[in-house]
Ligand binder design. Structure first.
Ligand code: FES
Ligand code: FES
Length: 164
C-alpha cells in the first residue's frame, strides 16, 4: 500500500519552509528529522511530558501531538529561535542563574511553556507559574528553581517596561 505525501508550507523560526511529508508525520519528527531542529526534544511522544513543546502561531503546543499537515500555513517557533549561547533569552538566563536545570532534557519544553505564559501574563505569580508548568515533567531537578526563574523573568521584564 502506498501513502500519498502532502506538501506543507509554514514559517519556522522566521524562515519560510516548504516540504513534502507523509500524512502521519508529527511536527516533532518534522522539526527534528527534516529541519534538524533537535532542540525540540522527544520524550514520551504521547503528550504527557512537554519536552517537545513549541509555539504554534504564538501558543504553546506539544509537537508530538500535532500532525505536520495540520501545522501547514502556521508559524512555528522552537527553542533555537530564542537565544544564543552568548546572548541567552531572559528566561534561559534566569533558569541558568536559579539552577533551574540539571540534565537539561526537559529544559527546551520548560522554556517554551514559560515564553507562552509570559506572553499572556506579564508578571505571573508563583501559583500561575506552577500551574503552567504542570504539563512539563522534569525527572531530575525539581521545580523550585524553575518557578523562581520564571517569576523573576516576568518581574524583571515588567520593571523594565515601567522604566521605558
Ligand atoms: S514528547 Fe511530546 S509530550 Fe512528551
Ligand atoms: S533537568 Fe533533567 S529532566 Fe529536567
Amino acid at each position: 500500500m502506498t501513502t500519498m505525501s502532502s506538501v506543507v508550507e509554514m514559517v519556522v523560526n522566521a524562515r519560510p519552509v516548504r516540504a513534502e511529508v507523509q500524512p502521519r508525520t508529527t511536527l516533532l519528527d518534522f522539526l527534528r528529522d527534516e529541519l534538524g531542529l533537535t532542540g525540540t526534544h522527544a520524550g514520551c511522544e504521547q503528550g504527557a511530558c512537554g519536552a517537545c513543546n513549541v509555539l504554534l502561531d504564538g501558543r504553546v503546543v506539544r509537537a508530538c501531538l500535532v500532525l505536520t499537515v495540520a501545522a501547514s500555513g502556521s508559524e512555528v517557533t522552537t527553542v533555537e529561535h530564542l537565544g544564543t549561547p552568548d546572548l541567552l533569552h531572559p528566561v534561559q538566563e534566569a533558569l541558568w542563574r536559579h539552577h533551574g536545570l540539571q540534565c537539561g532534557y526537559c529544559t527546551p519544553g520548560i522554556v517554551m511553556t514559560a515564553v507562552d505564559l509570559l506572553s499572556r501574563i506579564s508578571a505571573p505569580s508563583d501559583a500561575q507559574v506552577r500551574e503552567a508548568l504542570s504539563g512539563n515533567l522534569c525527572r531530575c531537578t525539581g521545580y523550585a528553581g524553575m518557578v523562581a526563574a520564571i517569576v523573576e523573568a516576568g518581574r524583571t521584564r515588567d520593571e523594565q517596561a515601567g522604566v521605558e
